[in-house]
Design a protein around this ligand. Structure first.
Ligand SMILES: Cc1cc2nc3c(=O)[nH]c(=O)nc-3n(C[C@H](O)[C@H](O)[C@H](O)COP(=O)(O)OP(=O)(O)OC[C@H]3O[C@@H](n4cnc5c(N)ncnc54)[C@H](O)[C@@H]3O)c2cc1C
Ligand SMILES: *[C@@H]1O[C@H](CO)[C@@H](O)[C@H](O)[C@H]1NC(C)=O
Ligand SMILES: *[C@@H]1O[C@H](CO)[C@@H](O)[C@H](O)[C@H]1NC(C)=O
Ligand SMILES: *[C@@H]1O[C@H](CO)[C@@H](O)[C@H](O)[C@H]1NC(C)=O
Length: 537
């Protein structure tokens, strides 16, 4: 071959490579935000409020962004500060910490492209945003943006079934109670939350333990596809076969990849179930923990059972409340014999619909209190499970003086069938090893009355877990994995998924969001490379 021809072949190969490289670029380096807004009908040069915003303070950026939203969508879609509708919104978070956050405005999208517009406007102005589904994340800024724009999905609340009813398309303004109500007439449900007011958005992108999880896996393992607004405003549907890297990353990656505007969830039959709490006194705790360990080990033999045990102090007495559910209407399933053979103070178990069960759990979780969730995982071990409960009750008097306090240590498990089901559809991002089960998932849930006591509580819970982790490490049973939906703002959830999954999440985010919009302009909640807050005490 002549030199000239070789060159020609070389250049042809190069330009081919360039074309291919271009195709794999999701957002080009010269992406034009204003032009993209134009494609959604927002002419930035015609909007006066945008002119003042060039690289000024966050405050002026957000005034410009909120003003623009109002002129494009109208004031019924953009709640301004100090209006009754705005106050209604801020007053309706589960935790007081989130209620205290004051966004510059609250935007209520009516369709998925409205979400594209707000993300692009945030990019154009530099005004930060946060997004709220059910608003049950506990810590400040998780789903409301201080001084920025909070996107409230409330009006994106459709639930529709596909032709053969195998998939329900659920918009992120729904809470689980609404989803179950929409599907009940068809005798169907989806995997989902266990309390009615929990949001579809946060629970699913972070994990999701359902009453049906021993049968099918976690909620994120039962998503057929996600419709998602990416950082460039483009809307794609990510599934096992299309945008499969994004599909994987959305299952555990939280809010770092995009805003999901449709969760397409596989449906399941939903017959009557059994549920209720069986309450035990402290003299039976070791039997209760023996029953817990046995039931977890029996999960592969009976996938219909689900359970968690809350250890609490009620009116001076230490009790264990075992919430035992069975996804079929069976009065005394064999798997629960170990619990039923322990004498109980009370037992509310009865047959219920899924909705009745979720309403009951919901009523135990009032809104508007100061709240913390904080979680640690270990390999299931009965001796350790007993030790940790004893230790919890031994330190509890340290905080008994705190006004309105109600701390609970809650035990659940990531069972073997759950772990196996986590390998479905290419696996999820959580980084749990299916060979290393069952996992004992512990969390502290605590509410209290006054801001004044925040430090006391955070320090108490932090110290408790420090000791528990040290003991678990000593026994060789510590599991670094942290469950996002139960994590405190001081925990590095993404790092806990392991280096490989963290790197993979970062590379997927780099592909679909090369300017890291979802990590910088949406600073709240668990980010790929940092904790939400550094423990200050
Ligand atoms: C009373 C109670 C009961 C619970 N029960 C369960 C249970 O049964 N099983 C379980 O696994 N967990 C449970 N949890 C934990 C629960 O999963 C988390 O609190 C979860 O974050 C709640 O989701 P949300 O949509 O209500 O929260 P939000 O505060 O609205 O959102 C949490 C995070 O998710 C992001 N997000 C929300 N929607 C989207 C979206 N569409 N796209 C991208 N990101 C989004 C938000 O921006 C925010 O960062 C419970 C919590 C409480 C308080
Ligand atoms: C956008 O607005 C400017 C200023 O009002 C106007 O000159 C321009 O024609 C508009 N562009 C489009 C595409 O409507
Ligand atoms: C505030 O919330 C209540 C209860 O949900 C509702 O009835 C009322 O209409 C709301 N007010 C405004 C101004 O949105
Ligand atoms: C999911 O769990 C069920 C019930 O325990 C089990 O039969 C099934 O094989 C699991 N699925 C996978 C993919 O492992």
């Amino acid at each position: 071959m002549s030199l000239l021809l070789q060159f020609a072949a070389y250049f042809a190969a190069c330009s081919l490579a360039l074309v291919q490289a271009d195709k794999s670029v999701f957002e080009p380096a010269d992406f034009d935000v204003a032009a993209a807004l134009g494609n959604y009908g927002v002419n930035t040069s015609a909007i006066a409020s945008l002119e003042i915003s060039k690289e000024q303070s966050t405050e002026s950026a957000c005034l410009a962004a909120c003003g623009t939203l109002t002129s494009v969508f109208g004031s019924h879609r953009v709640l301004a500060e100090n209006t009754p509708a705005y106050n209604n919104f801020t007053g309706s978070f589960w935790s007081a910490q989130q209620e205290e956050v004051k966004p510059r405005c609250v935007f209520k999208p009516a369709k998925n492209t409205d979400v594209s517009v707000i993300v692009l406007l945030s990019r154009l102005t530099g005004c930060p945003f946060a997004a709220r589904s059910g608003g049950h994340a506990a810590f400040a800024g998780a789903s409301s943006s201080p001084g920025g724009i909070t996107i409230w999905f409330k009006d994106l609340n459709e639930v529709t079934l596909n032709g053969d009813k195998s998939v329900a398309s659920v918009e992120p303004g729904n809470v689980w109670g609404q989803v179950y109500k929409a599907l009940e007439p068809y005798g169907l449900a989806t995997l989902g939350g266990r309390a009615s007011d929990i949001g579809v958005g946060g629970l699913t992108t972070g994990g999701g333990i359902s009453y049906y999880s021993n049968e099918y896996g976690w909620v994120l393992d039962n998503v057929e596809s996600f419709e998602v607004v990416t950082a460039s405003g483009q809307i794609v549907t990510a599934s096992e076969t299309k945008y499969s890297d994004l599909y994987w990353a959305l299952r555990g990656g939280g809010n770092n990849l995009g805003l999901v505007t449709k969760f397409n969830l596989y449906t399941i039959p939903s017959p009557m179930m059994r549920g209720g709490a069986r309450i035990f006194t402290q003299d039976h705790f070791s039997d209760v923990l023996g029953a817990f360990v046995k039931v977890v080990h029996d999960a592969p033999r009976d996938p219909y059972a689900q359970y968690y045990i809350a250890f609490v102090s009620a009116k001076g007495a230490n009790i264990a409340s075992a919430e035992l559910t069975y996804s079929k209407d069976v009065a005394d399933p064999a798997i629960f014999k170990p619990f039923r053979s322990i004498p109980a103070v009370s037992d509310t178990t009865s047959s219920k619909t899924l909705i009745e069960q979720c309403d009951e759990i919901n009523s135990l979780n009032p809104i508007g209190l100061r709240e913390v969730y904080w979680t640690v995982a270990v390999q299931l071990n009965e001796e350790f499970a007993n030790w940790a409960v004893d230790y919890f009750f031994s330190v509890l008097p340290q905080v008994s003086h705190v006004k309105g306090i109600n701390p609970a240590l809650i035990y659940q498990a990531v069972t073997e069938p759950m772990l196996k089901n986590m390998t479905k559809y290419g696996g999820n991002a959580l980084g749990l090893d299916p060979a290393k089960g069952p996992v004992h998932l512990m969390h502290i849930s605590c509410w209290w009355a006054d801001t004044f006591d925040d430090k006391t509580i955070y320090k108490f819970v932090n110290d408790f877990w420090d000791t528990v982790i040290a003991k678990a490490k000593d026994m060789g049973i510590y599991n670094r994995w942290i469950y996002m939906n139960y994590a405190s703002e001081f925990q590095d959830v993404i790092a806990s998924y392991g280096d490989e999954n963290k790197d993979r999440l970062q590379s997927v985010a780099g592909k679909y969001d090369p300017k890291a919009v979802y990590q910088t302009l949406q600073p709240g909640y668990f980010k790929l490379n940092r904790v939400p807050a550094v423990f200050p005490y």
